[in-house]
Design a protein around this ligand. Structure first.
Ligand code: NAD
Length: 503
């Protein structure tokens, strides 16, 4: 018997302000839809700009107490938070699968444990702020560095990994002593709300973690432009990221942008072919391809090209589409019917200039009511075509051949994005060159996708700047203050002569 998450938990509303659920006051509602069935799951009142103001005010009130807590106190609270999240693992996985259509095995084995581990990591990091040592850099002074919280953080998250995005945004921010208002994507508020409730249950003071569930245009832009918000941390598309950057810049905020990706998957001719085929199918189809680091463009050196294409097509055809709550389901639906139609549009247009080797259609039968799309393999597309250059965000892999190593590396770098990439070879010199020359925030060697709390995630170029996870993200949520002490106790200091008088 498949258990499903009970949304009556959120009968009081989808805003989380000052440690309590509340309804939004925008005067409009949004309905969360199960993308596997098209059924309506939960209707909530959207946040208005006034709700954002209330959330920011709650975060401002909580700031002095939380910023003034010792690192040890914050660390203890985050350890308890990790424990509460761990106790709620089953519920969190169900809610995530319900609102996103994720296969339950992915929610249970990736999204939830990753988020719990993040909480445990930042509980440790809260006590481990590194810095330069104090010293006499000018003979007459002692200097040292203070790393201080920034203030109220405004974060905006996408729908593809709502729980992990809440974790990646909230945990480093609060570990460093900030308070936060997070706006999840309107399609997927449930696990962000559960995350905030778990924070309260763990004893994190009211107002430290607040959630506003509203649209990008109303709640999102108001949060980014809010004068009392000191930093904007945004994860989403490059297009919306540019708009967010404009607003944040005009209000002089610190900005962290985690944007789109179009990850290359570079297979040299000495690679383990079976490993590369498995890696490409897993890397392209994880989360139904709705992953900013998903393998989207495989470049395969000519001697392996034909075998790679037939191997990937065969393996893709074994992937089981189905009910996300069935533990045997490999691939769930896309996030919505509208998004499925967008992905299908890219593939349909590609038929005029490339070959759709497998997939390229929605399944029929029982699955027809959901936003499903078959795993799709495209060959013969030109490097400058839209399926190679643009982010489709669906279960679609494009494969292109290359001849020399120079050419493969050039093609891998030939999109505006730079979030992640992988290179496949048994030759340490080739893989070493790939790690140096590929312009991306993460390069995997002989694998594609794994992430760990200790290491940073973030882009180069149009994929944005700033890091999630790891000590790097923790530091981003702090600001550096130089403190300089005079050691001389002399009233008339030597340097004063550059302003008045002489020696
Ligand atoms: P999106 O850019 O449409 O929306 C992201 C968030 O921004 C949502 O909460 C949305 O409501 C909000 N938003 C929309 N318009 C806004 C505006 N004008 N002002 C402020 N906020 C606004 O992205 P999406 O469709 O939800 O998610 C998919 C995108 O996210 C893909 O491009 C994907 O690559 C990217 N992504 C990147 C990373 C990363 O770490 N780099 C991780 C996950 C997803």
């Amino acid at each position: 018997m498949v258990q499903r998450f009970d949304v009556s938990t959120f009968a009081q509303g989808a805003q989380y302000l000052d440690g309590r659920l509340a309804p939004g006051s925008a005067g409009r509602t949004h309905t969360v839809v199960d993308p596997a069935t098209g059924e309506q799951v939960y209707t909530y009142e959207l946040a208005s700009p006034a709700d954002v103001d209330a959330a920011v005010a709650a975060a401002q009130r909580a700031l002095p107490g939380w910023a003034g807590a010792t690192p040890g106190e914050r660390s203890d609270a985050l350890h308890r938070f990790a424990a509460v999240l761990g106790e709620r693992a089953e519920e969190l996985a169900q809610a995530e699968s319900l609102q996103c259509g994720k296969p339950i095995k992915l929610s249970k084995e990736f999204d939830v444990p990753g988020s719990v581990d993040n909480a445990a990591f930042f509980a440790g990091a809260a006590r481990q702020l590194a810095g330069v040592s104090a010293g006499e850099y000018s003979g007459d002074h002692t200097s040292y560095i203070r790393r201080e919280p920034i203030g109220v953080i405004g974060s905006i998250a996408p729908w593809n990994y709502p729980l992990q995005m809440a974790a990646w945004k909230i945990l480093p921010a609060i570990a460093a002593g900030n308070t936060i208002v997070l706006k999840p994507a309107e399609l997927t508020p449930l696990t962000s709300l559960m995350f905030a409730q778990a924070a309260t249950e763990a004893g994190i003071p009211n107002g430290v973690v607040n959630i506003v569930s509203g649209t990008g245009r109303d709640a999102g832009e108001h949060l980014v432009g809010h004068p009392a918000v000191a930093m904007t941390s945004f994860t989403g598309s490059t297009e919306v990221g540019k708009r967010v950057a404009e607003i944040a810049t005009s209000t002089v905020k610190r900005l962290h942008l985690e944007l789109g990706g179009k990850a290359p998957f570079l297979v040299f001719d000495d690679a383990d072919l079976t490993a590369a085929v498995h890696g490409a199918v897993a890397g392209a189809l994880i989360n139904t391809g709705q992953d900013c680091t998903a393998a989207t463009r495989a470049y395969v050196q000519r001697p392996l090209y034909d075998a790679f294409v037939s191997g990937v097509a065969e393996l893709m055809d074994t992937v089981r589409l189905g009910d996300p709550f069935d533990p045997d389901t490999d691939l769930g639906p896309l996030i919505s019917h509208a998004h499925r139609d967008r992905v299908a549009g890219f593939v349909d247009r590609a038929r005029s200039y490339a070959t759709v080797v497998t997939g390229g259609e929605a399944p029929g039968g029982e699955l027809a009511k959901g936003a499903y799309y078959r795993p799709t393999l495209i060959t013969g597309a030109a490097q400058d075509s839209e399926v190679v250059q643009r982010e489709l965000f669906g279960p679609v892999l494009v494969v292109l051949p290359f001849d020399s190593d120079d050419e493969g590396l050039r093609l891998a770098n030939d999109t505006p994005y730079g979030l992640a990439a992988s290179a496949w070879s048994r030759d340490v010199h080739r893989t070493g060159r790939a790690t140096r020359e590929i312009k991306a925030g993460c390069v995997w060697i002989n694998d594609h996708i794994p992430i760990i709390s200790e290491m940073p995630h973030g882009g180069y170029r149009a994929s944005g700047f700033g890091k999630d996870m790891s000590a790097y993200s923790f530091e981003e949520y702090t600001q550096v203050k130089h403190v300089m002490y005079d050691n001389t106790a002399v009233a008339r200091k030597d340097w004063h002569r550059t302003v008045f008088g002489s020696r």
